[in-house]
Design a protein around this ligand. Structure first.
Ligand SMILES: [Zn+2]
Length: 467
């Protein structure tokens, strides 16, 4: 996931450091909720790349823990297990308005590296900090949503429209057994959502250059995903008398052409809105540049191109991730292959990019094979509709010091599985984040302060309450 942030991470130059997080003065810490999140971290529901099996029993134990910890929630809301290990809850509303979905995932990525200052799955709450793998991604989402509902049930709140809550169990390896099956099931039942809130953007502190205020990044679009293989075959032969062009020569020339001729850049609405929102917060001269993009766009985009994360926001990218060929040092290989992982910008269909790829490769000796089924980029969610309005209003209530900015998710989230049954998709995890906290997600020393998590809970409570 995560990702989110990265997008802006260092768009132009290094940001100036500003003061520490400005928590609301009246933010009280719910120590019971904090304890619940720390306990949640202890379940090692790890999704490994080749198999989710290893973590499944821990995920099942985790869902049992959720049911035992929030008996009121599981009593009041209808609930079921889907895809054998994922959870779906349904909170019946009093009207027939189109329902909404709050989504989070139960699994976590493996622990790698030896630089952890604490045990990733066995720590107790300490130093005002919840510590361990999943403390943010995405158990802060799971526990935050359930705590929010729990608070509302205490107040005898009943939603006006149907609210669904779904927790997928295999997001970190694609969501095919979790989110996809939940979505298929809801589609069969004829459920159509007005909007969905999934993880994605965060409240980024000191990460958007030249912006002193925290920026709440609400991802209103997500890039697509396609993998292709370039294949060159030959009759092989002895390397003592090589042909004019070996398969390796042919393939590497194509890779160089692709590197020198990237896909065309353009500013999609989500990125345009991001610039609209953050530009006015920048000091001179950047404020002027961003306010006059009709004139300065070439300069701004030229700078974006220099930074990988920013470059990924303005074009479809292609990266050669696997290169193979040859079995013996004195034999011309009969097959050489290059795997390209392509991330599709919204508006660039897989078909269109495949055609452009053929033109750029421009060599009939190279076969281009699509591996798997491409995932198209998302559409752009509305920033004037009900969902964005409620999410941004809630952000202003809970994070009053933050600027709300739509943005583009350059990585994939489980929300993509719901496209067929939702009008607008938003990706935002209400957690404050600076670079050091960010590095813990999918990295080492994942942790979240109790105060920060209190904001997370309050956000979900206030947003749920608006429905
Ligand atoms: Zn995640």
């Amino acid at each position: 996931m995560l990702v989110a942030i990265i997008i802006v991470h260092s768009i132009l130059f290094n940001a100036k450091s500003v003061s520490v997080a400005a928590f609301k003065k009246d933010m009280s810490i719910d120590t019971t909720a904090v304890f619940h999140l720390q306990q949640a971290v202890h379940f090692q529901g790890v999704s490994y790349e080749d198999s989710v099996q290893a973590g499944l029993s821990a995920i099942d134990s985790f869902t049992t823990f959720l049911k035992n910890t929030y008996p009121d929630v599981f009593m009041e809301l209808a609930h079921e297990t889907i895809g054998a290990h994922s959870l779906l809850l349904h909170w019946k509303g009093s009207t027939t308005s189109a329902p909404v979905l709050f989504y989070a995932h139960l699994d976590v990525v493996p622990v790698e590296g030896v630089n952890w200052r604490f045990k990733p799955f066995q720590e107790e709450f300490q130093d005002d900090t919840i510590r361990g793998r999943g403390a943010i991604d995405d158990k802060a989402g799971v526990i935050g949503i359930l705590e929010g509902i729990h608070h509302l049930l205490i107040k005898s709140f009943k939603p006006k429209r149907d609210v669904y809550i779904a927790f997928g169990h295999d997001e970190e390896i694609g969501g095919d057994q979790g989110a996809k099956i939940i979505s298929d099931t809801l589609e069969q039942r004829g459920v159509q959502f007005d909007w969905i809130l999934d993880e994605g953007g965060l409240v980024a502190e000191n990460m958007v250059p030249f912006v002193r205020e925290p920026v709440a990044l609400v991802m209103t679009a997500e890039k697509g995903y396609m993998t292709v293989e370039l294949r060159v075959t030959s009759n092989g032969g002895h390397s003592s008398f090589p042909p004019t062009e070996t398969p390796t020569d042919i393939l590497s020339s194509a890779l160089v052409r692709l590197h020198q001729d990237p896909f065309e850049r353009h500013v999609i609405p989500a990125v345009d809105r991001f610039m609209d929102a953050t530009g006015p917060q920048m000091g001179f001269p950047f404020q002027v540049l961003f306010a006059n993009r009709w004139l300065f766009n070439p300069i701004i985009l030229g700078e974006y191109e220099k930074i990988p994360e920013a470059n990924a926001m303005i074009r479809t990218t292609s990266a050669c991730t696997i290169l193979k060929g040859g079995v013996k040092e004195n034999v011309i290989p009969s097959l050489v292959t290059a795997v390209l992982n392509i991330r599709l910008l919204p508006g660039d269909s897989s078909q269109m990019i495949l055609e452009q790829l053929r033109q750029k490769v421009n060599d009939p000796r190279i076969e281009i094979v699509v591996k798997g089924i491409p995932m198209e980029a998302s559409s752009n969610a509305s920033i004037t509709g009900d969902g964005f309005e409620k999410i941004s209003k809630t952000i202003r209530e809970v994070f009053p010091d933050a600027v709300v900015a739509p943005s583009l998710s350059i990585a994939t989230t489980d929300s993509r599985h719901f496209t067929k049954i939702v009008k607008d998709t938003y990706r935002f995890l209400p957690v404050r984040m600076d670079r050091s906290i960010l590095s813990g997600m999918h990295g080492t020393n994942e942790r979240l302060s109790a105060r920060s998590f209190s904001e997370t809970i309050l956000f979900y409570e206030k947003l749920l309450e608006k429905n």
